[in-house]
Design a protein around this ligand. Structure first.
Ligand SMILES: [Zn+2]
Length: 199
């Protein structure tokens, strides 16, 4: 029942105030997160929940398969605001194993507009994997493709004029690539952090 969400919200709000009387007052006056999270829209990968961060601590952008399209005005606006106004120090691009977007990209079927969206994944698949037909992809291969796509998206974000411009005036900003396991709830650092225009 949809009404239950409103009732749960009321209970949640009351619990926060019971713990700390000025909880919402202090949050409403200040948004100063250190982190920008770019993750998949998948309902099983909620940024705040899996990182244990409170409201106000992480700025979030999500799309299908956590992709960086250089002409995506939505994503670019979020990144620019996070970098230039909020002065976040860490941008985390987080993929996840078992990603439906990754699977769809190499499924060998046509789904419609989403096929255009998923093209960067096929680019990674063609460049780095020898699987040609959808039947060739084992679960292990798909896991590696989930990881490889994140690494590529980190590079794509680093190449945007927003990030290149940010690094020309400040050095304290890094882009990280992480992956989340749906089966164990654990995040792993893929070791592809970029901390400057040439790294
Ligand atoms: Zn996904």
């Amino acid at each position: 029942m949809i009404e239950e969400l409103l009732a749960r919200n009321k209970a949640w709000s009351e619990d926060r105030v019971a713990e700390k009387t000025d909880y919402f007052e202090s949050l409403s006056n200040l948004q100063q997160p250190d982190y920008l999270w770019i993750g998949c829209s998948d309902s099983r990968v909620p940024a705040n929940v899996i990182t244990g961060l409170e409201p106000g601590e992480v700025f979030v952008h999500r799309n299908v398969a956590n992709l960086i399209h250089p002409a995506d005005l939505n994503m670019l606006s979020v990144v620019e605001f996070a970098v230039e106004r909020l002065s976040v120090k860490h941008i985390i691009i987080c993929g996840h194993y078992g990603c439906g977007g990754i699977h769809a990209a190499v499924a060998g079927k046509r789904f419609g507009l989403i096929d255009h969206w998923l093209q960067p994944i096929r680019d990674v698949a063609e460049a780095r994997f020898s699987c040609e037909k959808c039947e060739d992809w084992s679960d292990e291969d798909l896991d590696r493709l989930c990881e490889a796509s994140v690494v590529e998206q980190v590079k794509r974000l680093a190449r945007t004029p927003i990030m290149q411009g940010a690094w020309s005036t400040r050095a304290d900003i890094a882009i990280h690539g992480w992956i989340y396991g749906l089966k164990d709830g654990l995040l792993s650092d893929l070791g592809c952090t970029i901390t400057g225009p040439d790294s």
